[in-house]
Design a protein around this ligand. Structure first.
Ligand code: SF4
Length: 214
């Protein structure tokens, strides 16, 4: 990103952090993915059970390799290779009672609302309730001006691109555009809009001054 994009990201992040605080959520800004990773690792209490949820941002920054090196940490990882779909579901169920979950967010609005869309719902349900702490790592490319543009971003950009990445059999993978499909492999089934939380600071959003994930 050039200096103008960086300045825009910093300014938008400051505004979002203030608005998250008004909504009883916490926010912070990390200029780079490496700094975001260090911040996340420093937030994990010793002995924690950590639930890995879908986030290209977290994966691409090498978070899970470094997390595995922390002493006394158990990672619940449904993305581990070689497990059956049933074992993956069981791990997702177990993740609901973890100490910390880590995920991305498909979009965040300038007024601090988190907008997400899931195929199975394990990620959005755990964001809402279950894990004691929720850490969301979000590149400034996920910032949307308002709820309407956040939903449009998720539906017409993040979802088709994610479908292509996963390689599901849906129309958007062939055409690049959402067809509001009825495919059994549809990844767009459950919307979540988080406007706040009764448990103060349970949700912490780390905004990263870079283009990360979709
Ligand atoms: S609804 Fe179907 S076509 Fe549209 S983005 Fe989701 S998976 Fe793709």
């Amino acid at each position: 990103m050039d200096i103008n994009q960086i300045r825009w990201g910093e300014t938008a992040a400051k505004k979002i952090i203030k608005n998250l605080e008004k909504r009883r959520m916490a926010g912070s800004y990390a200029p780079t993915a490496a700094q975001a990773k260090d911040e996340i690792l420093s937030m994990i209490p010793k002995g924690s059970i950590v639930y890995r949820c879908g986030s290209m941002t977290a994966s691409n920054m090498g978070l899970w390799e470094d997390m595995a090196r922390l002493p006394g940490i158990e990672i619940i990882d449904p993305y581990i290779t070689g497990i059956t779909p049933e074992e993956g579901l069981e791990l997702r169920r177990k993740g609901m009672t973890s100490d910390v979950m880590i995920a991305g967010s498909n979009a965040i609005t300038l007024d601090g609302k988190l907008v997400n869309l899931d195929g199975m719902g394990n990620r959005v349900s755990a964001m809402a309730f279950g894990p004691r702490k929720v850490i969301l790592v979000v590149g400034v490319n996920k910032i949307a001006a308002d709820l309407e543009s956040a939903i449009a971003r998720v539906k017409h950009y993040a979802a088709p691109v994610n479908a292509a990445r996963i390689g599901v059999d849906t129309p958007c993978v062939k055409t690049g555009l959402c067809a509001d499909c009825g495919s059994p492999q549809r990844i767009c089934n459950m919307w979540s809009i988080i406007e706040g939380h009764m448990i103060k600071d349970r949700i912490h959003v780390i905004l990263v001054g870079d283009t990360l994930g979709y």
